[in-house]
Design a protein around this ligand. Structure first.
Ligand SMILES: Cc1ncc(COP(=O)(O)O)c(C=O)c1O
Length: 380
């Protein structure tokens, strides 16, 4: 089987898309109707009811008590870290294989990222790598986890559910408990993914979601903080709406706030999509199932959901034998009307993060050299 055959198979999945995109949004419900409502009623800013409607829908799907809609997932993670008390100089552990926003939001909040390895099975944070880093580098002092190398407190751990595949969150949670670390989940890619029947993003203190144009559900640009903790939700809501004390006419801001709430026009699109979210999820899982059958038949490793997990299969992925094979495929597919892409460049190797502490990352390197994401849009 050649690259040409693989491309032909992918094209047969998306016969009307030329070129076939990696993840193209489809609008199959009330999107236009709700957008027209925003315009006709003039409720286009975050004041409109669609923001609340969308927050409620996300609470229902994920099973959390509170959801706060924000302008994008990066801003959501930034604000969330401020809301849980991250201060300048605090260190936060995350995984080296992630989208740049995970690390950028840590820095925006004044923190310093520390990078650990991922697992080959889940593509997400490796509990072993995390445990090993902590065993070698920290001491507990007055209930605080202190990095012996830098003298700075490590406050939180942010695992990311890569391409929608849940990490081994219970193991990570146990390690966090042992070292007095807060667990915050980057669930930007995993709306609709469950671990042991519990939605991703509901295991730690709080989590974020993204509704960027390439996600399962999009608002154009958008994000959300989800949490069971009312105080965190209130704080996120407050600082993301300019930190203005509620009053009918006075403008009194007790602190430096942000203007990060999601506008109603965006929420209108997202709410419409969420009305048929079950269909989107079923469609994605069916695509992954068909891909898996195909790639199994030609002996190309296809990334499947981990044990005890139900993935949303946001972006499907295959593995090549080495970087050369991967690059040949990337070149061939992108030259021939099928958008594909490699995994992200490992964060600890990027210029802004080269000085950050990191563990050995053999698994992340293995994946980064071989993985290719293939088109995964909802098939209509
Ligand atoms: C892992 C991860 N974290 C954070 C974000 C940031 O979300 P946004 O693009 O909505 O800012 C994204 C992606 O888009 C992501 O994939």
């Amino acid at each position: 089987m050649t690259n040409k055959d693989i491309i032909a198979y992918i094209q047969s999945f998306y016969p009307t898309q030329i070129p076939v995109l990696l993840h193209c949004p489809e609008f199959l419900g009330n999107e236009q109707k709700y957008l027209a409502e925003c315009i006709n009623t003039k409720y286009v800013s975050y004041v409109g009811h669609f923001v609340v409607d969308m927050e409620r829908k996300i609470s229902d799907i994920t099973g959390v008590k509170h959801a706060v809609a924000l302008v994008n997932g990066t801003a959501a993670l930034h604000i969330l870290l401020l809301a849980v008390g991250i201060k300048a100089g605090d260190e936060i552990i995350t995984q080296s294989l992630s989208f740049a926003a995970t690390a950028a939001a840590i820095v925006h909040a004044g923190g310093t990222p520390v990078f650990v390895d991922v697992e080959r099975e889940t593509l997400g944070m490796s509990p072993e790598s995390l445990k090993h880093f902590l065993a070698e580098n920290v001491k507990l002092k007055n209930g605080e986890c202190i990095n012996i190398k830098t003298g700075k407190p490590i406050k939180a751990v942010i695992p990311m559910h890569t391409f929608g595949h849940p990490v081994r969150i219970h193991e990570i949670q146990t390690i966090c408990d042992e070292y007095s670390l807060m667990l915050v989940e980057d669930a930007a890619e995993s709306l609709g993914s469950f671990y042991n029947d519990k939605h991703t993003g509901t295991f730690g203190r709080a989590a974020i979601l993204s509704f960027n144009g390439n996600k399962l559900v999009t608002t154009g640009g958008g994000g959300m903080v989800i949490t069971d903790d009312e105080a965190i939700a209130n704080r996120v809501r407050y600082i993301s709406t300019t930190a203005k004390r509620p009053h009918r006419w006075e403008f009194y801001h007790d602190e430096v706030g942000y203007n990060f709430r999601m506008p109603s026009v965006n929420a209108a699109i997202g709410f419409a999509q969420l009305e048929y979210f079950d269909r989107i999820l079923a469609n994605k899982r069916e695509t992954a199932h068909l891909y898996r059958q195909f790639f199994d038949s030609i002996h190309v490793p296809f990334i499947t959901e981990p044990k005890n997990a139900k993935s949303n299969y946001w972006l499907n992925a295959i593995l090549f034998e080495d970087r050369q094979q991967r690059d040949r495929f990337l070149e061939y597919s992108n030259d021939n009307g099928v958008q594909t892409r490699p995994a992200w460049t490992l964060l600890h190797t990027l210029p802004p993060y080269r000085q950050c502490q990191h563990t050995e990352t053999p698994n992340a390197e293995y994946i980064a050299e071989r993985l290719v994401n293939i088109p995964s849009s909802v098939r209509v």
